[in-house]
Design a protein around this ligand. Sequence first.
Ligand SMILES: Cc1cc2nc3c(=O)[nH]c(=O)nc-3n(C[C@H](O)[C@H](O)[C@H](O)COP(=O)(O)O)c2cc1C
Length: 183
Amino acid sequence: MRVIGILGSAREDGSTHYLMEEMMKEPQSKGAETKIYNLAKMNIGCCFGCQVCRKTGSCVRKDDMFTLYDALKAADAIIIGTPIYMGEMTGQLKTFIDRCFALKDAESKPLIPAGKKLAIVITQGAPMPEHYAKTSERIEYIFKNYGCVPVGKITAVSVHNTDELLKDHDVLEKARELGKQLI
Ligand SMILES: Cc1cc2nc3c(=O)[nH]c(=O)nc-3n(C[C@H](O)[C@H](O)[C@H](O)COP(=O)(O)O)c2cc1C
């Protein structure tokens, strides 16, 4: 079993990465292969909007997104994580999502197998969990259209660094519990 994390924060010592690692502990203990892809460290350009992918089944931009196309196809479970930047998901996560356009055929049928489990992690400085609820709803909606099955989401609030996150025992526990749903 393979669990992949798509990390929308550049900070590998940040809260989003930390929560993803917590979620992966239970799958790892059951023998799952896990990997977190830090989008900021990858060469992933924007979607050109040419729509050639819908005719040929392949994106014209031959960059690191192809690593992720393969990883998405092979994964049994996917964690998508992002901090809120200026009221939304980060730019690198949005670019990744735009490039997922190439994972559908001319009839908008997904080119990845259905049934992959999906969990979402949001971290934010603001204290109100519902403040940016639309962000996780949008991510969930998009990946449901690729046949993914949402198993849950967590939102860490009032966090600006991992020191603050580590004081929030409740959200850490929720992350570990959500990790169990990925198996
Ligand atoms: C450029 C930037 C913009 C941010 N914008 C928001 C925002 O609009 N709302 C909010 O609640 N937090 C905002 N934050 C705070 C981050 O969402 C929060 O600290 C998050 O936990 C950081 O995640 P990380 O540690 O994984 O990088 C912003 C942080 C940065 C660096």
